[in-house]
Design a protein around this ligand. Structure first.
Ligand SMILES: Nc1ncnc2c1ncn2[C@@H]1O[C@H](COP(=O)(O)OP(=O)(O)OP(=O)(O)O)[C@@H](O)[C@H]1O
Ligand SMILES: [Mg+2]
Length: 317
């Protein structure tokens, strides 16, 4: 049975070196509602044994500048009293070039802090060996490696309609390629890569699930763990898409719920920048999320009334 969580944002608050004004947009009630909803999705003891914990990805959609970061930061700060929580500013970390490494390093750092464990604590740590494997597990890696290694596009090879299309295949230096040998090399490499990749991903999932368990046990917190991803629509399009792929394929771990805040319209433009204007970006993005929730755009009058601009100040003296 889930306990009720009440959120009170009626006072301004300072945490992690940042100040947050009081909630003039009446958003705390949305955070309460979503907490209740996501806890039910991520952990429900009334479900059948083995199915209590689930993975869930919510897209929190709201326009540019309408208060997503405020909402996510205040909400995540409150949730820390009850659940394991990680907040990732994807844009600040965009330089890392690898969304998987970004996510993993933020998860380790913040769960460690929440568990009150020192930096080198072995309980929340990724073995060095796994890091190398992880690089190899990054989405798209197998394809790009195959292309570089064989100097021809693997997808084109596999999709060729008939043998004659490939009969005259040549390598990068114009030498004819022995296709039977090429095929067996490629298949072997694909299998090896696939095995290594799958094992790396499975290991990683076990590690992350164990870290979450450690935090819940040591701090007496409940499931699910919440992972917030902010500012994705500001990132380079390819990075944003890779981050979503990473969440979907690597972090589909039971007992973890994701909240991905985006200006969805903006993110759709980013996707079209990769796949072309005619591409159905809305449908494509939809497959990454279990559901979408939109924050209403703020009523500007009530919003600005509370922001001390010099004009407001002059009017009041
Ligand atoms: N509920 C709220 N009550 C009072 N002030 C708010 C509220 N939400 C946001 N603000 C203020 O509005 C401004 C913009 O909010 P915020 O940065 O959260 O928007 P955003 O949607 O994350 O913007 P961006 O799309 O640029 O990332 C900030 O100064 C923030 O403190
Ligand atoms: Mg923001």
């Amino acid at each position: 049975m889930q306990k009720n969580i009440f959120l009170d944002w009626s006072e301004k608050l300072k945490f992690d070196g940042e100040s947050f004004p009081r909630d003039t947009l009446n958003r705390a009630k949305y955070a309460e509602f979503l907490t209740h909803f996501l806890v039910g999705q991520g952990y429900d003891t009334t479900r059948e044994s083995g199915d209590e914990k689930r993975n869930y990805v919510l897209n929190l959609n709201s326009e540019w500048g309408s208060g997503k970061t405020y909402f996510l930061k205040r909400w995540s700060n409150d949730l820390k009293n009850n659940f394991p929580v990680v907040y990732i500013d994807a844009w600040q970390q965009d330089y890392s070039d690898d969304p998987l490494i970004t996510a993993i390093s933020s998860i380790i750092k913040q769960l460690r802090e929440q568990a009150d464990m020192p930096e080198n604590s072995p309980k929340i740590q990724l073995p060095k060996k796994a890091l190398g494997l992880l690089k190899a597990a990054a989405p798209g890696f197998a394809r790009s490696m195959a292309k570089r290694y064989l100097d021809m596009d693997l997808a084109a090879f596999l999709q060729a309609d008939n043998d004659s299309e490939l009969k005259d295949a040549k390598d990068g230096e114009g030498n004819p390629i022995d296709l039977s040998e090429l095929a067996s090399t490629m298949v072997k490499q694909l299998i090896d890569e696939h095995d290594g990749k799958k094992k790396a991903i499975d290991d990683l999932k076990i590690h992350v699930a164990n870290w979450v368990k450690t935090v819940t046990e040591t701090q007496k917190l409940s499931y699910p763990a919440f992972i917030f991803i902010d500012e994705l629509d500001r990132c380079r399009p390819s990075y944003a898409v890779e981050m979503l792929e990473t969440i979907k394929h690597i972090f589909d771990i039971q007992g973890i719920v994701f909240v991905v805040a985006t200006d969805t319209e903006q993110l759709q433009h980013a996707v079209k920048a990769i796949y072309g204007e005619g591409f159905d970006a809305r449908l494509y993005l939809g497959r990454f999320f279990n559901s979408r929730f939109s924050l209403k755009a703020p009523d500007l009058k009530s919003f600005w009334k509370y922001i001390p601009t010099s004009a407001n100040y002059r009017a009041s003296i």
